[in-house]
Design a protein around this ligand. Structure first.
Ligand code: HEC
Length: 137
């Protein structure tokens, strides 16, 4: 009788630990649900799968800056930047686009809060991985 009880405890405690670990990891890396709310700030100029005033965002995390081939309006500044969008470069750009890259045509004041920027990046990553939003070509 003692063995099944301790087994039950072990399983029960593992079941509690796993979600907590997942929560801690997501808190550190940015929360896509919070990023989705932040993205309303971007949605006037951006969408994921179509170009608007700004280039589409499917696959943006991990690709070269200014590399959406059917977006015609990139600035010289962004095209020549040599940037690759990862968490670090995106966070810097989004903090204050016109300070980081003075001649960028993204006329937007930026997102001063670092955690909010990480949330946004997590959201862009999540949407890019969703084949319903960003079909694989
Ligand atoms: C007023 C319109 C506008 C708003 C608002 C805006 N953007 Fe942009 N965004 C642009 C334009 C225009 C470009 C192209 C900039 C260039 O070529 O210098 C751009 C470029 C970008 C790029 C580079 C894309 C690439 O293909 O290299 C990223 C990433 C980006 N925006 C993210 C965001 C995010 C995230 C937000 C919201 C927090 C946002 N933008 C808000 C207009 C906007």
């Amino acid at each position: 009788m003692l063995v099944p009880i301790s087994m039950f405890r072990l399983v029960a405690s593992l079941a509690v630990v796993a979600p907590l670990t997942a929560l801690a990891a997501s808190a550190h890396k940015g929360d896509p649900a919070a990023g989705k709310i932040m993205y309303t700030d971007c949605a006037g100029c951006h969408a994921f799968n179509t170009n608007k005033v700004g280039p589409k965002h499917c696959g943006v995390v991990g690709r070269k800056a200014a590399s959406v081939s059917d977006f015609a309006d990139y600035s010289e500044a962004l095209s020549q930047s040599g940037l690759v969008w990862d968490e670090k470069t995106l966070s810097k750009y989004l903090e204050n686009p016109m300070a980081f890259l003075p001649d960028t045509t993204m006329e937007y004041g930026g997102v001063p809060d670092e955690e909010s920027r990480l949330d946004l990046i997590a959201y862009m990553r999540q949407m890019s991985a969703d084949p319903k939003v960003c079909p694989k070509k």
